[in-house]
Every structure is written in structure tokens, then in C-alpha cells.
Write a new protein. Structure first.
Length: 167
């Protein structure tokens, strides 16, 4: 079955709603490191102002916290840019018993069903998860019969247990 679509911002947000909740603990850890780094930095400056000696371990810990924060911020901006680039492209593809073939103006990709570890359905989307990536298929790209065919094929071909063992 062939398809073609342009993913909208609303569809992307719907797809990411459940997917990004898994990263909340990392966000909490990120902000905890920022807080700790600021606290240690203020302590270091206070000790310098009072002309006390400073603890090199404290300075090193502060530097590590700020470095992690900077790397996370840079990575977040890069991921956001990549998302927007992917959203702005027309996606064409073909789904059959062997897997999913996708084509955009930037390249093509063929994925066997074994590459996917999870299949989810939302009111407006079909979602196929491959390791740390999610593939979004808006239902509007398929007719009613094609939606049922996609649902049946993905439900039978995607085997989460095999995927979890492989990780």
C-alpha cells in the first residue's frame, strides 16, 4: 500500500506526547545539575571574595555541571532543528509484508518489520517505534480500508518481545 503525507505540527505533538514523557527524569536531572552547578559556582566566588582557599574538587564539580548543561542545551537545539527539517518534507512510501519503505527529498530508507519494537495507535496517527526513533503515519494518508490493513499488518508483524531482547 502506497502513501504520501506532510506531517503537521499538531500531529508531531500528538505523536511525541507519550514518547517524550519517558525523558522527564532526564530533564529533572538536568535542572538538578544546573542548580548544583550554580550553587557551587556562587560558593566558589564567595570564597574568592573572602580570600579563603577554595576546594579544587568543588571547582571541578561545578565545571562538570556547567559542561553537562551546555552539552544538553546544544543537543536540544540540534534535535529541535532536526525535527523541524523532518516535518517540512513531503514523505512518500510503501508498506508491505516485508516492511516499510520511506522516501523524502533528502533520501530513502527501507525498514523490515523486525526493526520496529512497538506499534501504537492514537486517534489520528499510527506510530512505529524503532529503538530511539518514532515513525509517524497520519491516518489521513490512508483510506479506511488501508487504515485497517495497516493496523492488521503492524499488529501482527511488530514483535515487542524480540526487540526488547535485542537492546
Amino acid at each position: 500500500m502506497q502513501f504520501s503525507f506532510h506531517c503537521t505540527d499538531e500531529e508531531y505533538r500528538e505523536a511525541m506526547h507519550g514518547y517524550e514523557h519517558a525523558g522527564r527524569m532526564l530533564v529533572i536531572l538536568f535542572w538538578a545539575l544546573i542548580f548544583f552547578g550554580v550553587f557551587v559556582g556562587i560558593e566558589f566566588l564567595a570564597q574568592l571574595a573572602l580570600q579563603h582557599t577554595f576546594n579544587p574538587a568543588t571547582l571541578a564539580m561545578s565545571g562538570v555541571c556547567f559542561l553537562l548543561a551546555a552539552l544538553n542545551w546544544k543537543g536540544r537545539k540540534g534535535r529541535e532543528a532536526a525535527r523541524r527539517t523532518g516535518l517540512s518534507q513531503e514523505i512518500h512510501g510503501d508498506i508491505d509484508a516485508n516492511g516499510v519503505a520511506l522516501a523524502t527529498k533528502s533520501g530513502t530508507r527501507s525498514l523490515p518489520w523486525e526493526a520496529f519494537g512497538e506499534f501504537r495507535e492514537t486517534p489520528n496517527l499510527f506510530l512505529l517505534f524503532e529503538s530511539r526513533r518514532v515513525y509517524i503515519f497520519p491516518k489521513r494518508a490512508f483510506s479506511g480500508a488501508e487504515q485497517e490493513s495497516f493496523r492488521k499488518l503492524a499488529s501482527t508483524k511488530v514483535e515487542p518481545e524480540r526487540w526488547r531482547r535485542r537492546k
